[in-house]
Design a protein around this ligand. Structure first.
Ligand code: ADP
Ligand code: MG
Length: 280
């Protein structure tokens, strides 16, 4: 049986900038996988490459045995909230309906079945009453549900959720978990990027630990060793009472004050906590 996802020495660049370096891994059908790594590790890049938004420069990536560009329909992607232009003048219904249009077929007329799936997806995420509202008017949690509903309407075999738990309310968080258990029973393969190590070990079968290159992949027990975490997070990792804490919000976030004196985030030019404190 083909794997759900298979990467062999995959490298991805933005211009000259290497974002993923020779990553090899495989994930079987129906697994729920947490993708962990510091800011700038390449988590979003991995997802974008999987939906064909960024080309793979070298190596091979196969989703259900096919290259990403050919597997668009069955792979649904919910981008990180910051990457969406919420001012774009579309309604909730417009966004969820997009889940029924294949690539390049915007002019397709929606069938009765399409409409049913759209309605079911809106209902499933509890946003049917918001259908006519512009997405820009919604709360962060509601916006997240809109994108989850769009993904659901795609009836995907593979679902990619980029930091779905960041900046959402508890109800949306719970709704997301419910959706994940639903998808588990339907053997949809799920990838979720998160900064939450506890969540990753409690709720996921497999963990991919990244920091531009693959540091480790396997069960949470195999992956979350102090050595691996140190390799991934370096100065962002703090051990308190034997428990590893990752201070992920280097950009203006302060984490456990005093425990962290430098920001290793190379995703931005913002000063880390220590410098930030000096300035204020
Ligand atoms: P993560 O999601 O793990 O925080 P990303 O995949 O967003 O990391 O980014 C990986 C690296 O690629 C970072 O160094 C980031 O600055 C860089 N990068 C991301 N998007 C772009 C882009 N559009 N152009 C140039 N560099 C980018
Ligand atoms: Mg990201």
């Amino acid at each position: 049986m083909t794997e759900s996802l298979e990467l062999q020495e995959v490298s991805v660049y933005y211009g000259e900038r290497l974002a993923l370096e020779s990553v090899s891994l495989s994930v079987s059908h129906g697994a729920q996988v947490a993708v962990i790594g510091p800011n700038g590790a390449g988590k979003s890049t991995l997802f974008k490459a999987m939906v064909g938004l960024i080309p793979v420069r070298s190596g091979t990536m196969l989703i259900h045995g096919r290259p990403p560009a050919e597997s668009h329909g069955p792979v649904a992607y919910v981008p990180q909230r910051e990457e969406v232009d919420w001012r774009f003048p579309v309604t909730v219904l417009d966004v969820v309906s997009m889940g029924r249009y294949g690539r390049g077929s915007w002019l397709k007329k929606l069938s009765g079945e399409d409409r049913e799936v759209i309605e079911r997806s809106l209902g499933r995420l509890g946003i049917a009453a918001l259908a006519r509202r512009p997405i820009g008017e919604l709360s962060g949690g509601q916006q997240q549900r809109v994108f989850l509903a769009r993904a659901l309407a795609q009836e995907p075999h593979v679902l990619l959720l980029d930091e779905p738990f960041t900046g959402v309310d508890i109800a949306t968080r719970e709704a997301t978990f419910e959706l994940l258990s639903d998808l588990r029973s339907r053997s949809v393969t799920v990838f979720v990027s998160t900064h939450d190590l506890d969540l990753a070990s409690e709720r996921f079968d497999q963990v991919v630990l990244l920091n531009r290159r693959l540091i480790s992949v396997g069960s949470p027990e195999q992956v979350f060793t102090e050595k691996h975490l140190q390799e991934a997070f370096g100065g962002q990792m703090v051990v308190v009472n034997g428990k590893v804490i990752v201070v992920d919000q280097c950009c203006g976030g302060h984490g456990p004050v005093g425990a962290v004196d430098s920001c290793r985030c190379d995703a931005c030019d913002e000063p880390g906590p220590a410098e930030d404190e000096k300035r204020s």
